[in-house]
Design a protein around this ligand. Sequence first.
Ligand code: NI
Length: 136
Amino acid sequence: MKVTVSRKAHFNAAHRLYRKDWSDEQNNAIFGKCNNPNYHGHNYELIASVTGEIDQETGYVIDVKILKDIIKTEIEDAFDHKNLNLDVEEFKSLNPTAENIVIIIYNKLKAKLESNLELEVTLYETPRNFVTYSGK
Ligand code: NI
């Protein structure tokens, strides 16, 4: 019997969507306002969902305090109040779209979880726009 345990978290960050190898015209055509050279910000919300068997001794799939601490260290401390393009190593050569951000978040969290636990991450870039990744 598997149960999913979820934790919500939040960070504010700035980004710019563009490719250095494209012309200004091409970047504007594809990325529009998101290509603003002076960057723009989002209030990102994320939901990390961990699925696994319930430990018979503790009754937990994962201690939510442990999940909370992993999200704090790996994601909030790394991304909150940062310029993703300039301050975060992973995005120096990777366009910080919601799709790419959710994969980076997934990989950082997955590396800190027990290997028998499954993970799914949903990232909200706006209240209406969100992406989900579960390692597939
Ligand atoms: Ni944006």
